[in-house]
Write a protein that binds this ligand. Structure first.
Ligand code: UTP
Length: 289
């Protein structure tokens, strides 16, 4: 069965990028001139996704505004002959079938995905974390969808992280299969020292069967007092099996200050409008530091 639906959880508080995220969703933080969440929606669309549910919360209405029409702006652009900008505005508004649902309390990523139960129904679906931008030639979401169809099992996008930061992520028990694929045997969210299973962690993407909702319904609160998607995926991995795909592409954690700056510097270097000037400026600057 083709993967047609995606869920983008974007209802978190974003405490790691305060004060920027106090009144602006971290998912709307720009990378040069485009908000993070637009990169993510574009990745989903390039992966063949047709319907997207964005999980939002209080204070996140700018996400909805961004993907909506803006007749005043469109008219002004047309009148002033800015056809290219006008076309781009319409393109954003017509990108995919985008739906919204509010998570009333930030009870965790597992709870945010649980909120998508009715939207998803009885078919497999992709989850793209709203603050993880992944840039690359082949969309990460597509790489995971392909693995889902091949193995008929839930798939997590994985990458190794450094021993110094693994405690902030999940840690996976993995057995290498062919190429960039792994069998996931176990997982733990935010492991304490000594609990790490490996340095492989789930980073930003997964494709899950609808059975995950039956599991999410019963999981207790986990790390940080939140309902963790990792805890539900652990049950899935142990009962049905799960595949890890070490996806191609560079991931930027827009929910952290460092990731946000990395994304902006790297993407500015190749930006069609400012890339050349930015590179020259950065070279001159780096000679002074
Ligand atoms: P994070 O754990 O990075 O989000 O969740 P957070 O809680 O906003 O982070 P900090 O630690 O306070 O900075 C990954 C994704 O899941 C969403 C977030 O918006 C983010 O895109 N999320 C998280 C929800 O939708 N609901 C939640 O209850 C928690």
């Amino acid at each position: 069965m083709r993967i047609r639906k995606a869920v983008i959880p974007a209802a978190g508080l974003g405490t790691r990028v305060l004060p920027a995220s106090k009144s602006m969703p971290k998912e709307m933080l720009p990378i040069v001139d485009m908000p993070a969440i637009q990169y993510i929606v574009e990745e989903a669309v390039r992966s063949g996704i047709e319907e997207i549910l964005i999980i939002t919360s209080r204070g996140k209405t700018t996400v909805e505004d961004h993907f909506d029409r803006n007749p005043e702006l469109e008219e002004r652009l047309l009148l002033s002959g800015k056809q290219k900008e006008y076309d781009r505005m319409l393109e954003i508004a017509n990108m995919a079938g985008i739906h919204y649902l509010r998570q009333k309390e930030p009870l965790g990523l597992g709870h945010a995905v649980w909120c998508a139960k009715t939207f998803v129904g009885d078919e497999p679906f992709a989850v793209l974390y709203g603050d993880d931008v992944i840039v690359g030639e082949r969309p990460a979401c597509l790489q995971l969808c392909e693995a889902y169809l091949e193995h008929a099992l839930g798939v997590a996008g994985i990458k190794p992280v450094s021993p110094e930061v693994i405690h902030k992520y999940s840690s996976l028990g993995v057995i290498p299969l062919k190429g960039n694929r792994f069998e996931i045997t176990d997982m733990i969210e935010k492991p304490q020292k000594g609990q790490e299973l490996s340095l492989y962690s789930i980073l930003g993407r997964c494709v899950l069967p609808p059975e995950i909702f039956g599991i999410l319904k019963d999981i207790p609160k986990g790390a940080g007092g939140e309902y963790q998607l990792t805890d539900a995926m652990r049950v899935l991995a142990k009962s049905n099996g799960m595949i890890g795909v070490e996806y191609e592409g560079t991931r930027y954690d827009m929910g952290s200050k460092f990731g946000y700056m990395q994304a902006n510097v790297e993407m500015a270097l190749t930006h069609p409008e400012i890339g050349e000037d930015f590179r020259a400026w950065l070279k001159a600057l780096s000679a002074t530091i």
